[in-house]
Design a protein around this ligand. Structure first.
Ligand code: FAD
Length: 283
């Protein structure tokens, strides 16, 4: 098997353009599992862990955006620098696998696999993140909702590298919660990220593992954003319960080896209501 190890972004996209059927290898925590189990035939690999441009992060203070390179590992996202700006992403990162997985597994790899159970994805959806892609033809960015198009399916073209994400920095509470069969080393049975934008007076929510893609609950978001008392930052108990039910109604869960559809729907009802109450502790 041919393995290339580019040391710059230009070299990486040039290699990918010359061989678009090559497989991109970041931390390898998804890819090597697939390769070792024989689920993926790999002819050639482009290993991107030595591309410095992909391993940076930074803040655009004018646009109030955070940039995170696709090669940034979870262990970095959990540090105060990023965690203080997008706490929900740090929370999601803390729930991924084990310390070893978090040390090498990357945001770009979570996006590359694009499983509905990927822990960072409900956060990227709820925060309206943009995914950046590069090829020899140039760069483009798409909203997360345009990037993830199905179960493990994305709008990335074969000759494109995911270079990173930009995430709006919001004022307001945000959090990520996941339900699984145990507390650690677990793939989500259901997950939820709720984010409040107090400046825009809106509540957003992204649900994971309850549909083929991450589900934004547009109707429930609009409804609850109109019910919150934004001057007191409070919401009634009845509205908290109703919000949970509306989010559950938006879910499109299935029965599979991890859970039943009914359990998943109930789980996101509870997660959504609980997160809303945490966001607005005053009833
Ligand atoms: C024991 C274990 C526990 C795990 N637990 C969790 C968990 O709790 N939650 C969770 O969400 N995931 C979990 N995972 C899955 C995995 O760790 C994550 O999805 C991780 O983010 C993958 O990142 P990576 O850098 O290792 O990607 P890789 O395995 O290197 O790549 C994954 C896919 O993305 C593509 N890719 C990677 N980077 C790019 C890029 N820059 N451009 C284009 N394509 C790219 C690859 O070609 C490949 O198809 C677990 C995996 C293991 C083995």
């Amino acid at each position: 098997m041919a393995v290339s190890v580019p040391t710059s972004l230009a070299e990486a996209v040039s290699l990918l353009s010359g061989a678009p059927d090559s497989v991109v290898l970041a931390g390898g925590t998804d890819l090597m599992v697939e390769a070792n189990s024989g689920h993926r035939q790999i002819a050639s690999v482009i290993a991107i862990d030595r591309v410095p441009e992909l391993r940076t992060w930074g803040v655009d203070v004018v646009r109030r955006n955070l940039w995170i390179g696709s090669g940034v590992p979870y262990s970095t996202v959990m540090q105060p620098g990023i965690a203080s700006l997008v706490p929900a992403l740090a929370q999601a990162s803390r729930t991924v696998g084990s310390p070893q997985i978090r040390h090498v597994g990357t945001i770009g790899g979570n996006l590359g696999t694009c499983s509905p159970a990927g822990d960072t994805l409900p956060v990227l959806a709820a925060l309206d993140a943009r995914v950046h892609l590069a090829s020899v033809s140039g760069e483009r960015s798409v909203g997360f909702d345009e990037f993830m198009v199905g179960v493990k399916r994305t709008s990335r073209r074969p000759d494109e590298l995911i270079t990173g994400v930009t995430i709006p920095i919001l004022n307001g509470w945000q959090g990520y919660s996941k339900v699984g069969v145990r507390n650690a080393m677990v793939i989500a049975t259901a997950s939820s990220c709720l984010a409040v934008d107090t400046d825009g007076r809106s509540v957003r929510i992204g649900l994971g593992s309850v549909g083929p893609v991450i589900i934004r609950c547009g109707e429930a978001e609009q409804w609850i954003s109109g019910r919150v008392d934004w001057s007191e930052l409070s919401v009634s108990n009845a509205d908290v319960d109703e919000f949970g039910l509306r989010c559950g109604a938006a879910a499109r869960p299935i029965d599979d080896h991890r859970s039943t559809a009914a359990y998943r729907r109930r789980a996101v009802e509870v997660l959504a209501a609980r997160q809303l109450r945490r966001a607005f502790p005053n009833g």
